[in-house]
Write a protein that binds this ligand. Structure first.
Ligand code: HPA
Length: 259
C-alpha cells in the first residue's frame, strides 16, 4: 500500500451503503487488490467504465451486504481508496429522519456530524498505526463533492436538502425514543450508523468526502408506526434509481471540473 501522493487528475470513489451493493446497469469491471495494512476492505472494488475518467465503487457492507456498521473495516476501505489515488469520495448513507422536513424518501446532503460511536478504529493518526496528528474537522464534509451532488440533483430535477446534522450512532440496533430525543436536543437532523469514522478517515487521507443520505424511516418514537425492515426496504429500492443517476452525474462533474 502506498501513502497519499500528490496528483493532478481527480479520481472519484462511490461508497455504497444499504441498498447499493452493486452498481448494476452501468458497465463495471471488478478489480482485485492486495489486502491493506489494516486488513481486507469490505469487498473487491469495481471500476466503472466511463470515458470521463476513473470512478470506483465500493460497497461498505460487502458485496452481499453482510458486514454490520460497527464491524466495517473503515480504515481498510479508505486505505484501499488511498492506494488507488482517490481524491473525492461520494458516500451513500441510509438514515433515519429527525427533522420535520426529512421524512422517508427525502434526499439530504449533510454539512455537519456528531459522532456517538464507540470502540471503532477511527484514525490513521493515532500514534500507533501512524504518527500522532490532529486534523482540522471543523467542516467535516468536502465542498467539491457537495457542490457536485447539488449540481447533479438540479440537472435531474431531483429534490435534495442542502445541509443537515448527521448523528452517527453505534448500531446495529436502532435507537430508543429517548436516544432520538437526545439527538434532537443535540441538533441532529438525521441518524445513521456508517458516517463515522469514514468521513474523518477520508479527511486524514486528504480526500474531499461528501455524503448523500437517503431517509428510510422516521427516527424511533417520531412516528406512531413501528420501524420495520420491510418498510425500510421499500423506501430504499424506490430511492436507489434516483440515487444512482445522481451519483454518476456528480462523479462525472467532479472529473470534468478539473479540465
Ligand atoms: N437510526 C440509525 N441508523 C439508521 C436508521 C435509524 O433510524 N435508519 C437507517 N439507518
Amino acid at each position: 500500500m502506498g501513502t497519499l501522493c500528490s496528483q493532478s487528475a481527480p479520481v472519484v470513489a462511490i461508497i455504497g451503503g444499504t441498498g447499493l451493493s452493486t452498481f448494476e446497469g452501468v458497465e463495471c469491471v471488478v478489480e482485485e487488490h492486495p489486502a491493506t495494512p489494516f486488513g481486507p476492505a469490505s469487498a473487491s472494488i469495481q471500476r466503472v467504465l466511463n470515458p470521463a475518467g476513473d470512478i470506483y465503487f465500493l460497497p461498505r457492507h460487502g458485496g452481499d451486504h453482510t458486514i454490520a456498521p460497527h464491524l466495517i473495516n473503515y480504515r481498510a476501505n479508505i486505505a484501499l481508496l488511498q492506494y488507488l489515488n482517490v481524491s473525492h469520495v461520494l458516500a451513500v448513507n441510509a438514515v433515519g429522519g429527525l427533522g420535520a422536513t426529512m421524512g422517508p424518501g427525502a434526499l439530504v446532503v449533510p454539512d455537519q456530524i456528531i459522532d456517538y460511536t464507540v470502540g471503532r478504529d477511527s484514525s490513521f493518526f493515532d500514534g500507533v498505526v501512524g504518527p500522532l496528528d490532529h486534523i482540522d474537522f471543523t467542516e467535516p464534509y468536502g465542498p467539491e463533492g457537495r457542490r457536485s451532488l447539488f449540481h447533479a440533483a438540479q440537472q435531474h430535477g431531483i429534490a435534495c436538502h442542502d445541509g443537515a446534522v448527521y448523528g452517527c450512532t453505534q448500531g446495529p440496533r436502532l435507537e430508543t425514543a429517548a436516544e432520538i430525543r437526545r439527538c434532537q436536543r443535540d441538533g441532529c437532523d438525521l441518524v445513521g450508523m456508517t458516517g463515522m469514522p469514514e468521513a474523518a478517515l477520508a479527511r486524514e487521507a486528504g480526500m474531499d468526502y461528501a455524503s448523500l443520505c437517503l431517509v428510510v424511516n422516521w427516527g424511533a418514537g417520531l412516528s406512531a408506526e413501528p420501524i420495520t425492515l420491510e418498510d425500510i426496504r421499500k423506501v430504499v429500492s424506490a430511492g436507489m434509481v434516483d440515487i444512482k443517476q445522481l451519483l454518476l452525474t456528480a462523479a462525472v462533474d467532479i472529473l470534468q471540473a478539473s479540465r
